[in-house]
Design a binder for this molecule. Sequence first.
Ligand SMILES: [Mn+2]
Length: 549
Amino acid sequence: MSKPREHVFVVGHRNPDTDSVCSAMAYAALRRRQGLAAVEPARVGALNRQTEFVLSELNIESPRMLLDVYPRVRDVVDDQVVTIAGSAPLSKAMELFHRHSIRLLPVVDDAGCPKGVLYLKQITERFLVPRKEDEIRRVRTSALALCECLEGRALNLVDEASVEELNLFVGAMDSRTFSERLDSNNPRTMILVTGDREKVLRASVERGVRILVVTGNLPVSDEILALARENRVCLISTPFDTATGTWLSRLSTPVIEVAEKDAQSIGLKDRVEDLHLKMMHSKAPGVLVVSEEGTVVAVATKSNLLAPSPTKLILVDHNELSQAVPGADKVEILEVVDHHRLGNPPTDKPISFINRPLGSTCTVVATLYRQAGITPSKDEASLMMAGLLSDTVLLKSPTTTEVDREILPWLGELAGLDPMEFGKKMFSASSSLANAAPRDLLLTDFKEYETEHCKFGVGQAEVVDFSDFHRLKDELQAALQTIKEERGLDMAGFLVTDIVLETSLFLALGSKELPYLLDYPRVADNLFELKGVLSRKKQLAPHLLRVFK
Ligand SMILES: [Mn+2]
């Protein structure tokens, strides 16, 4: 796992149309050619049939699909983590805290899965807060942990992994005084630290102390060793002197014994905002980050929350967050290239914002190629041509401008394609009503509107002739009725536009007064003729919003 570097996605709106996808691809190519590193086009949703046709006809690969751009934990944490085994002594933990300048140390099992957490603050408090003598002498440890802590050599081990409450004694007194000590304490709960005091050693192994530590690497006789074996005494030899060895013994507790067991954890793929929540509601200085396999891979602290997301966005063909890829509000937006009304959110920094009321975002991008003095490649020109033809419905939509009319032949020439011929193929590929279920046809591009007294929805499809529509009208009407009821609409309609004849039919279900309200010529039951109407956005919707007010 390594931290991803900055990555810029050029992305259109949700429910992408041809202009959205093609302008993202063409603009990403332009920015790459201008030297912007790690820039990639993307889309937020499945390609529609028209865009699918365009890309397969041009033999260009579909851009990557983005589900969301919410910053993830993996984007903000370091890929290095220091962990400790549960059986390791506290002395080892102290060394790691110091060496890596950390305040939190995950305790893991052999597989690397979390078993608890050590907090530097809590551990140091154990030793700094004054206590009674018998508390200070008490050490919860195992022979194994003590041996590791003292960097010792095990001469004899008995039940070495068993963790017990033991009491620490130093054999520094006269052997007689020492024997009295032994009598007044239970030897099986004693850790005895001493040098090469033969009498003390002998008394200890004879009475069967739990652990005998011989300091300074001093020699131990075979006789003592044999007695230790006989009386089940753990015998450890350490290079430290008695003072250091005794002091260190207090740090021999296996870390799992003092670790906080219910540590907070979060997945690498989880959102940074969830990490934020966990941090806010926890007193702990950090949260464990676990992989999909459940192993600890990082520790996230407050400073990770401040790390900027490596994902950045360039929005094309939209500027409103409600239409943008989910999570767009959590990452930096570098640029906007669009041809819609303004509904953009405020930004922290000045950004490049290009919005022109042209027929398509592809047209805007084409003007940017010209401004930059960069000639589009064949593929780049083909993509922009397709987006322009799509959004302007072959230059017939009332949204078409002089700039669109002027730029289209230029793109066609660079693409080596006849724009109108390509456009007609493109629309007939996407406009056949025969290959989809009626419900899908209605909902592919269905928009809902609301006035004070009325809620209505209108689907739209573009066709190259009305024959399929007339054949499917009854089925479409039944499906439209279902949608109207499901969504509690006062009126549900389907606008079918013949882009060759430049006219539309409107299938509309509503109240008995609907025909009078609509005021369009009725050609059959629930069917109206809308001569010259091509645009739902510019022509039909404003009319409906007015009559339903
Ligand atoms: Mn557009």
